[in-house]
Write a protein that binds this ligand. Structure first.
Ligand code: PEP
Ligand code: MN
Length: 385
């Protein structure tokens, strides 16, 4: 089925107006607050401390999507007036997670200012659609976290469902992905996915949530700085007055004092500068890169042509396209060569996995469709359901 056309609309995310309020990271949106609202005193204490720092938006989870039953599932609706009152203390709007239309109703009833869809909900189109249907006609900013799994289409799909329901104030939040890859982080950032989402939806403000990415408080700073280097519009950070007593995500929450020093340590970056020396230098280097990229593509194109010729020989002699031994040799040889050239072995492997996958596709198509006309080859089936 053809994808539905979704118009862009006025997508300022509704959070831009909050910039001026925040004193701790100029020009950026800073969403801070505990993972969960736990008690009236806890959220009030957090708000009092955060009001001295100057944030853009106070967060607090009311319904918590916990992996296992038996752990703290959130304080529930009773916490909404505490959260709202805490926002008044800190003189900022408040935000909480919604996963169900009943959550939307409760938030509207209690004047919650901003809503967010969590990673465990973005993965489920039924849930997102139910939220979008309930949000029709509601003029609140909605933040959409990336889905748990590294699937950009689910993230885009969730944003499109909200847009089609008439929501114009949408913000994307990158919180990392659950993968099998070895990583020091709880959720692998996989920066290429948000980079691609931003390429496809440049009008959407983009926040980074280094807390859920890191999983532990001491790793947050590196990720927050990386987000600044990636020109994110702001950060969402879990801050608890006493992280050691937190009922959820204790290891990754920082204290208000730690937030203050984190914000002071971050270096915000700009996309460009008018400095003449920089511009002429960068221009020459970019020209060199442009030339190298063309060489790469020329080489890849020639490589695929050779693969196609090989596939005809294989077909003629009943030899399999996939050659486990040859593939092992290629990986070993290219990795050794790449490492000698100071390239990361994981990167070399990923690169050749992509090339190999494409080469197999060329081989299959070479025998399905007679030569040549690469342009006429049908595209790979899109990975959307
Ligand atoms: C949260 O923000 O507390 C939360 C549950 O986040 P995520 O959906 O990113 O896991
Ligand atoms: Mn959390």
């Amino acid at each position: 089925m053809k994808n539905v056309e979704v118009g862009a609309g006025p997508m300022d995310g509704g959070l831009r107006r909050l910039h001026g309020r925040n004193a701790c990271l100029k020009g950026k949106i800073v969403v801070a607050g505990p993972c969960s609202v736990e008690s009236e005193s806890q959220i009030t204490e957090a708000a009092l401390e955060l009001s001295k720092i100057g944030i853009s938006l106070l967060r607090g989870g009311i319904w918590k999507p916990r992996t296992r039953p038996g752990s703290f599932q959130g304080i529930g609706k009773v916490g909404l007036p505490w959260l709202k009152a805490a926002g008044k203390i800190a003189n900022v709007p408040v935000a909480c997670e919604i996963a169900h239309p009943a959550h939307v109703d409760a938030c509207l009833e209690h004047g919650i200012d901003v809503l967010w869809i969590g990673a465990r909900t973005t993965v489920n189109p039924f849930s997102v659609q139910a939220l979008a249907d309930r949000l029709r006609g509601v003029d609140l900013p909605v933040m959409v976290k990336n889905p748990i799994n590294p699937d950009i289409e689910l993230w885009i799909g969730a944003i499109e469902r909200l847009r089609l329901a008439g929501i114009t104030k949408i913000v994307a939040v990158h919180r990392g992905f659950s993968t099998e890859r070895k990583s020091i982080y709880r959720n692998d950032p996989i920066w290429r996915i948000p980079i691609e989402l931003r390429r496809r939806m440049p009008e959407i403000p983009f926040l980074c949530d280094p807390s859920h990415m890191a999983g532990s408080s001491e790793l947050i700073k590196t990720l927050a700085q990386e987000a600044m280097d990636h020109l994110y519009d702001g950060l969402m950070i879990e801050v608890h007055p006493h992280p050691e007593n937190a009922l959820s995500d204790g290891a990754q929450q920082i204290t208000p004092a730690q937030l203050r020093s984190l914000m002071a340590s971050l270096k915000t970056k700009k996309e460009n500068t008018r400095a003449e020396e920089y511009l002429s230098h960068i221009d020459a280097l970019r020209k060199e890169i442009d030339g190298l990229d063309r060489q790469l593509l020329d080489g890849l194109s020639r490589r695929m042509e050779i693969v196609r010729d090989i596939s005809r020989q294989k077909e003629r002699y009943g030899v399999s396209f996939f050659q486990p031994r040859r593939w092992r040799t290629i990986v070993e040889d290219r990795t050794r060569y790449g490492v000698a050239k100071k390239l990361d072995p994981d990167f070399v492997l990923r690169l050749f996995e992509g090339i190999h996958e494409e080469a197999l596709r060329w081989q299959e198509q070479a025998i399905e469709a007679p030569p040549p006309e690469s342009a006429a080859r049908p595209k790979r089936r899109p990975k959307t359901g």
